[in-house]
Design a protein around this ligand. Structure first.
Ligand code: SF4
Length: 368
């Protein structure tokens, strides 16, 4: 690869984006997913990974996408990065990132968008950090790919980023390989790699699952701090509602490839209006409960090849008897029940919880 090093620019901290954290979503929309459907072929038939999904991410806000494994939360985010093999994936709908359409975009466009506009932090840092290259070198390379600067400037930027994410002795650490870092340090280095080009959107996919509880909290704090500093939009993909309560502004709950509930995190966790969200909250330990009293949602998520007719959640739903046949035969629409609040359930009614107990679940208590 040839590199033009003539124009040498000084390293500058990214200017904070003009965002204000507010209780209502007012930040500029940087990602708009509209009616997205993603299907893969399989020996058993098409896998309906994501169906008719719409959501948006805004500067300065964290959107949590929540669901069990197989709910489609990670697949939809991979689509944002254009990471699916177009020959083995059917994709329809629209994914607009900063005004650029991702669905159907050329590989050249996707390359330009990745890293410059959006970055991803995975559960396993090994999937982003190459084991055979020094950590600082990898961050510097990512910077060089989008900036006409000298290698020395890029190296300096890499050290600054390692410092920014809280890695001690960043100068020395930059010259080490990923295997010389602890799990938490590798995750920090991956965040430095993701943010080196000041992307407007950071997607963190189960970023703390493999870490112990103390390091988890540190990494989540770090992502929150960096979001404030950079003013970017964050999408946090997780199955952990305690994490959601702690760090997100908005929440999208997915089940079997579809959105089932959307709204402000504070409202949804305090008054869940979909039986699946309610079930997830019931299975969450709180300070006042012991593990034996937790209620897991019965059954398992359905096969995405053979989805149940009607509401996909009906085989596991404790509220289905209240509705009757409609749950078994009609797919509920995602309906607006209050400003910014959407529910996919035949039972959903504005400003009501499905179970009085749910109202007792206090957002603050969950996050403590
Ligand atoms: Fe349960 Fe019926 Fe609502 Fe589906 S539509 S979540 S089965 S009550």
């Amino acid at each position: 690869m040839t590199m033009d090093f003539e124009e040498i620019v000084p390293v500058q901290a990214a200017a904070p984006r003009a965002v204000e954290r507010t209780e209502t979503p007012t930040g500029e929309i940087v990602l708009k997913v509209d009616d997205l459907t993603v299907r893969f072929p399989s020996d058993e038939g098409p896998v309906n990974a994501v169906q008719n999904l719409s959501y948006e991410a805004r500067l300065g806000r964290t959107l949590a996408i929540v669901g069990e494994s197989g709910s489609g939360k990670s697949v939809s985010s991979m689509t944002v990065l254009g990471l699916h093999n177009p020959e083995r994936t059917f994709i329809s709908g629209s994914v607009m990132l900063d005004g650029e359409e991702i669905v159907g975009a050329s590989e050249a466009t996707l390359r330009k968008v990745r890293s410059a506009k959006v970055a991803m932090v995975f559960q396993d840092p090994q999937s982003s950090l190459h084991p055979f290259y020094k950590v600082g070198g990898q961050i510097a390379e990512a910077y060089l790919a989008h900036h006409r600067v000298s290698k020395a400037v890029a190296r300096k930027r890499a050290v600054e980023m390692l410092d920014l994410v809280g890695i001690p002795n960043p100068d020395r650490r930059a010259k080490q390989y990923p295997h010389e870092f602890s799990g938490g340090m590798r995750q920090r280095a991956m965040i430095a790699l993701g943010l080196v080009n000041d992307p407007m959107l950071l997607i963190a996919d189960e970023p703390t699952t493999a870490l112990d509880v103390t390091v988890q909290a540190q990494i989540l704090d770090l992502i929150g701090d960096l979001q404030k500093e950079f003013g970017s939009a964050v999408i946090l993909i997780t199955h952990d509602l305690a994490v959601v309560a702690e760090v997100s502004d908005d929440i999208l709950v997915m089940y079997a490839g579809r959105a089932v509930e959307r709204g402000l995190t504070r409202d949804v966790l305090a008054r869940p209006n979909h039986p699946y969200t309610w079930g997830l909250l019931q299975s969450l330990p709180s300070a006042s409960e012991d593990a034996d009293s937790l209620k897991a949602i019965r059954g398992a998520p359905p096969s995405l090849v053979h989805l149940p007719p009607g509401c996909s959640f009906h085989p596991r739903c404790d509220f289905q008897d209240l509705v009757g046949d409609a749950c078994l035969s009609q797919l509920p629409e995602l309906r607006s029940v209050a400003p910014g609040r959407l529910i996919r359930c035949h039972l959903a009614t504005p400003d009501e919880t499905l179970n009085p107990e749910a109202a007792l679940i206090d957002h603050q208590e969950i996050s403590s």
